[in-house]
Design a protein around this ligand. Structure first.
Ligand SMILES: *Cc1c(COP(=O)(O)O)cnc(C)c1O
Length: 418
């Protein structure tokens, strides 16, 4: 590619990107919502398609010159439909939050009711949280997790739904280490006549790999990001299922209208091309084995941490992430995040369910295996990672954490980023 142009034309940005490349090569990215995309995805993302205006949809654009852009977008839609086995997809949302916004815009009028999982129990901001558009313009209520088991209490969800009568129910989260029972959610939504939306931003890649339960037979609408376990470019996506079309035959048209002209202008066709590349990669057999390795690695990491006295929320994991309650280690999540960063392991501080501590210094950290698995790490490496995490947290000392960095650098260099 035209690599040297940036080096010659903008030394500052080039330098910063190179520094970030070095940081990534030398450290382990263990934030569950991150991954390393393939060079093919990145090439599509930086292509000339970025220059084109294409407001509208294939065959119905408000700008000329879109014959090839239409081919890109149609191919992308077809790949989504095949990959997830759904009859409709809108591939234009710029990211996960705009995809969710489109669902609100399509299904609800401002002030109508939505029920989502509490942010404090692992849900997402866009599922009705008060500082987000979803809590400001819509009347939101929440279900949480059981105070002891930290699992979703389906009876409680049903009770809240009966009481609140929401028009839209969200299932999905950012820090829930277990699978969802879509079937029960469907029953609950049907009983109150609500649309049921699955937000699979975190687990989409696991679902297409067959290692996480599939919402398609049960929910009406599915949204996802494309950059988490799906390992594509930063982006979003809305799908409608057969169930959804049966419930509301106009729902697909409503979603299209909500995305454009409701919320967005010109779609980012370079990003749509990169999403299409991601869907092709995700439909290949290698990706299935990637998904199952992500989960195996995470289970191993969680077992190794448990052996070393760490307290895992729900006692372990079914997916790509684990949430650790650090209170028995006498450390808050912020301190752990900082110390682990010094040692070369990037994680993020995270509230645990019913966290007594403030959000700036929550009681937990969230750790995930999607990115390290992309580098080719397996269970053996997860043992080493657990050892380093254990030492860094028990030493509780900056200098000692920094000394661990050599071990992590070596490990990282043995597993180059694709
Ligand atoms: C990450 C995430 C989103 C939002 O995606 P952005 O691309 O950051 O806007 C939405 N829902 C869930 C459950 C997520 O984890």
């Amino acid at each position: 590619m035209q690599k040297n142009n940036l080096k010659k034309g903008d030394k500052e940005i080039f330098g910063i990107i190179e520094a970030e490349r070095k940081r990534r090569e030398e450290t382990l990215e263990m934030i569950p919502s991150e991954n390393h995309t393939s060079p093919a995805v990145l090439e599509a993302m930086s292509s000339i398609l970025s220059d084109k205006y294409a407001e509208g949809y294939p065959g119905k654009r408000y700008y000329g010159g879109n014959e090839h852009i239409d081919e890109v977008e149609i191919l992308c839609q077809e790949r989504v439909k095949n990959l997830f086995n759904v009859p409709f997809a809108n591939v234009q949302p710029y990211s996960g939050s705009p995809a969710n916004m489109a669902v609100y815009f399509a299904c609800l009028k401002p002030g109508e009711r939505v029920l989502g999982m509490d942010l404090k129990c692992g849900g997402h901001l866009t599922h009705g949280w008060k500082v987000s558009f979803s809590g400001i313009y819509y009347e939101s209520s929440f279900y949480g997790v059981n105070e002891k088991t930290h699992l979703i209490d389906y009876e409680e969800v049903a009770e809240i739904a009966q009481k609140e009568k929401p028009k839209l129910i969200w299932v999905g989260g950012s820090a829930y280490p277990r699978d969802f029972d879509w079937k029960i959610f469907k029953k609950i939504a049907d009983e109150v006549g609500a649309y049921l939306a699955a937000d699979i931003a975190h687990v989409a890649g696991l679902i297409v790999s067959g290692v996480h339960s599939d919402p398609v037979p049960y929910v009406d609408i599915i949204t996802t990001t494309t950059h988490k376990t799906l390992r594509g470019p930063r982006g979003g996506l809305v799908m409608v299922t057969e169930e959804g079309l049966n419930k509301d035959s106009k729902i697909a048209t409503k979603i299209d209208k909500a995305v454009f002209p409701g919320l967005q202008g010109g779609p980012h066709e370079h990003q749509i091309a990169a999403k299409a590349v991601c869907f092709k990669e995700a439909s290949e057999p290698d990706f299935k084995s990637y998904g199952s390795k992500v989960v195996d690695n995470c289970k191993r990491l969680s077992d190794e941490l448990t052996k070393r006295g760490f307290d895992l929320i729900t006692g372990g994991t079914d997916n790509h992430l684990c949430l650790i309650d650090l209170r028995n280690k006498n450390m808050n999540g912020k301190r752990a995040e900082d110390l682990l960063e010094l040692s070369g392991i990037t994680v993020n501080k995270n509230a645990i369910p019913y966290d007594p501590a403030p959000p700036a210094k929550p009681s937990g950290i969230r750790i995930g295996t999607p990115a390290v698995t992309t580098r080719g790490m397996r269970e053996e490496e997860m043992i080493k990672v657990a050892e380093v995490i254990d030492k860094v947290i028990s030493f509780d000392d900056e200098d000692k954490a920094k000394k661990m960095r050599d071990d992590i650098n070596h490990l990282a260099k043995d597993f180059p980023i694709p």
